[in-house]
Write a protein that binds this ligand. Structure first.
Ligand SMILES: [Zn+2]
Length: 413
């Protein structure tokens, strides 16, 4: 992609309302644009990153048996009245149809849609277990949306719903899902600072679990057990002062962003919809459910918050919008040839072909955060080739074309 052809432009200026790093960098680099507080456009560059994040999640959910579907985001009020959540969920967007005068909701969670449809297909023990997931746009009526794409009124999320014959089978799958989540966060480049934490299970189980990514901008406070490396939410610590896993009292307090949550729903939602199956003896039983969420747009904001430096974003390789950022200082013809050669090798290149100063082009390369920067200039050509630099390292080296291609490919293996 030629920089000059991009729909979006990088900008130095930004509105005064910006209060978080992810908002500032993502807007300045042209990844997202704010339509209103908590509502963002994912520009072509930003959509590339979001899609890569969602594909990682998609792959790992498929790996644990998840089948992808797409549920509606517009729900009739009746289903929410059935579960009692029409009255209790504060952040549900509720409104009336202009024509039919019926109550409707724009939703942020989908039990009220998935359970009625599961009821049509889950009839006997032979139909269990089942796992379905979706990656979809969700809505939450936030009092005050803030922190860029970390907390939106409209956001992207993956939710997986599992259906089981009994608690034991849910427990089995729950452990499998935890492993899959760990893989997702590793591939997103935040595995080493994302902790499985004990959280309150609400009314339906003693504990639920969250995945919390350590960050000073996080809204949550967690306590990391230095002995067994699990973390505990503040609400749990208020009830008990030791680690629920190993009972150690050596707990370290830190701020964190909730990047995932998993729940054992039990029969909380199968009951109101009467989702029952026939067991081997012909007896009717309520199906047992689990629910597993990851916010994909929040994950994107989190990556920017925790991996950026003062100059800009540092994308992990699996989610970067392009493989290499080519910068030419003069030498247009040579740059065009290299750009074409790299693409012929299957390397995705963003080429800054604009007439800008070296300082500006290099500053924008740092702001955009593509993992590999290649500079072609008089100086590099005299030294024998092209300057190769990783975004997260200071070291540069001059490589000829073959070595450069080999080096880029090795990086992305
Ligand atoms: Zn512990």
């Amino acid at each position: 992609m030629r920089f000059s052809k991009l729909f979006s432009k990088t900008t130095r200026n930004i509105s005064k309302e910006v209060e978080s790093k992810n908002h500032e960098f993502l807007v300045r680099a042209g990844y997202v644009d704010q339509l209103m507080s908590g509502v963002y456009t994912y520009l072509p560059l930003g959509l590339k990153v979001l899609s890569k994040i969602e594909n990682i999640i998609r792959e790992e959910m498929s790996e644990i048996g998840g089948e992808e579907l797409l549920l509606p985001a517009l729900h009739p009020a009746g289903n929410w009245k059935k579960t009692g959540r029409w009255e209790t969920v504060d952040d549900l967007y509720r409104f009336k149809s202009y024509y039919t005068k019926t109550d409707l909701a724009l939703v942020g969670t989908h039990e009220e849609a998935i359970v009625p449809v599961a009821k049509k297909f889950i009839l006997s023990y032979k139909d269990l277990p089942k796992y379905v997931f979706q990656i979809q746009t969700k809505f939450r009526d936030e009092k005050r949306a803030k922190s860029g794409i970390l907390r939106g009124r409209e956001f992207r999320m993956k939710d997986l719903y599992s259906f089981h014959a009994d608690e034991k089978d849910l427990d089995r799958y729950y452990e499998i899902a935890i492993k899959a989540y760990k893989k997702v966060f590793e591939r997103l480049g935040i595995g080493d600072i994302t902790y499985l934490t004990f959280a309150s299970g609400g009314t339906f189980s003693k504990f639920s679990h969250e995945f919390q990514t350590k960050s000073p901008v996080g809204e949550d406070t967690i306590y990391l057990c230095e002995k067994c490396k699990v973390a505990i939410n503040r609400e749990i610590i208020e009830e008990q002062s030791v680690c629920p896993e190993c009972e150690s009292d050596k707990l370290k307090e830190m701020k964190a962003i909730e990047t995932g949550n998993i729940f054992k729903l039990g029969t909380k939602f199968s009951e109101p919809f009467n989702l029952k199956y026939l067991d081997k003896s012909g007896k009717e039983n309520l199906a047992v459910m689990g629910c597993f969420g990851i916010g994909s747009s929040r994950a994107m904001g989190t990556i920017v918050e925790v991996l950026s430096d003062v100059k800009g974003i540092v994308w992990p390789k699996e989610v970067a919008p392009y493989d290499a950022h080519l910068v030419n200082l003069g030498k247009d013809k040579e740059a065009e040839k290299l750009y074409n050669d790299l693409q012929k090798e299957g390397i995705q290149v963003l080429w800054d072909d604009r007439e800008e100063s070296a300082g500006t082009k290099l500053a924008y390369a740092d702001l955009l955060g593509i993992p590999i920067r290649v500079v072609i200039s008089d100086k590099s050509l005299k030294a024998g080739g092209y300057e190769f630099k990783l975004r997260n390292q200071e070291k540069t080296e001059i490589l000829d074309e073959n070595k450069l291609i080999k080096k880029i490919k090795e990086y992305y293996v």
